[in-house]
Ligand binder design. Structure first.
Ligand code: CA
Length: 367
């Protein structure tokens, strides 16, 4: 009996090793599809951000590093700042054409090309980051986004969010809607259309032009992002009042754009690594915004003595009414945009009920 035991153990090990190696071969074959598993890929990732731009440029770099280390160097991605390979607003076209295999940007820049793209970043009084994540991962948002970009040979992956932005910097107080009349504000997209409906005018300026335009009175007010980036741009030096909340961008989502054909050419394990790293970057970017905004709001209040002001309720109620008009006018022009808007609004209506019984109900007791 004792002499036969080692033979039985050896036999079991042999069978087990056959099973393991056979499992290994199967999974390798499955993972590789038609592609060669050992092939190394070198890709380009173009962004709409200045090189190393805080949080967003950093997030794109981290994504590339995570893919590199998870794939043991089989998928290497070089990140380019705006203008280094293509201009920031050419990212979608570059990925679509395959000039770059990947891009990191915000969908609302492509509204001229894909009308529903206005809805996959942020829109006035839309969804906050948590609601948008829930819509994307669990409420049908992912499919609608993919459907919108598929004709352009682009696959989107949710990849970051600013959280609620700030309302912006003003040199006069906004006490009523009448104070918006004649106001010239740097506020792009649908937010700008709302300001125009309220009697003001909106302009779109890139980041480097904002400070001097406000300093010289070319514009009366501006929004940018939140305490961290606004502080870095020095906007507290050229405006008296810092208003909240950022009604026009309640949570701006970012996208990782992938050339669809290039993605489909990857072995499936590398495809999963890309999806997983994008999801990690999604939570990293939002968390970094939250952590830094928290620190820099304190700096603005305590060190720079910035005057923080909340928009009066009747101003926000009126802006919300005008925002609904803008959204309905804009989405009426395109069936995909209308379908996406209806999906978002239906999802929000329901999740607000849940939020009232969960997040909102807890809020007073968290303070
Ligand atoms: Ca903004």
């Amino acid at each position: 009996m004792t002499s036969r035991l080692p033979i039985r153990i050896l036999a079991m090990c042999f069978v087990a090793s056959l099973m393991l190696s056979s499992c290994g071969t199967d999974s390798k074959d499955k993972a590789s599809g038609s592609a060669t598993p050992s092939k190394t890929y070198t890709w380009k990732l173009v962004t709409s951000w200045a090189p190393k731009f805080p949080v967003l440029g950093e997030g794109a770099e981290k994504f590339a590093q995570w893919v590199d280390s998870a794939s043991a160097g089989r998928l290497r991605i070089k990140v380019y700042g705006a203008g280094e390979l293509v201009p920031g607003l050419e990212v979608f076209n570059a990925v679509s054409a395959g000039t770059a295999e990947m891009g990191h940007s915000a969908s609302y820049y492509w509204v001229g090309k894909v009308p529903s793209a206005a809805l996959f970043a942020s829109f006035p009084f839309g969804l906050n980051a948590q609601q948008f994540n829930a819509w994307y991962y669990g409420g049908g948002g992912k499919d609608l986004w993919e459907e919108a970009y598929a004709p352009h040979n682009v696959m989107p992956l949710l990849c970051g969010n600013t959280g609620v932005q700030m309302g912006g910097w003003f040199n006069k107080e906004i006490k009523s809607v009448a104070d918006l009349k004649g106001l010239k504000m740097r506020i792009p997209g649908w937010g700008g259309k709302v300001i125009t409906k309220a009697g003001g005018s909106s302009v779109t300026l890139a980041a480097p032009e904002i400070y001097t335009s406000l300093e010289r009175g070319v514009i009366d007010a501006t929004e940018w992002i939140g305490p961290y980036h606004d502080y870095k741009l020095g906007l507290h030096k050229v405006a008296k009042y810092y208003y909240y909340p950022g009604w026009h961008e309640p949570g701006t989502a970012f996208e990782l754009l992938v050339n669809k054909k290039a993605f489909e050419s990857l072995p499936s394990d590398l495809q999963e690594i890309v999806r997983t790293a994008a999801a990690r970057a999604n939570i990293w970017v939002l968390s970094e915004f939250e952590a830094q905004n928290n620190t820099y709001l304190q700096k603005l209040i305590n060190e720079e003595k910035v005057q923080l002001k909340e928009f009066p309720k009747d101003v926000l109620v009126e802006l919300k009414k005008l925002a609904k008009e803008v959204a309905e006018e804009e989405t009426a022009k395109d069936a995909q945009a209308k379908k996406t808007y209806e999906s978002l609004m239906a999802f929000k209506k329901n999740i607000l009920e849940w939020n009232k019984k969960s997040e909102d109900a807890m809020r007073p007791y968290l303070e």
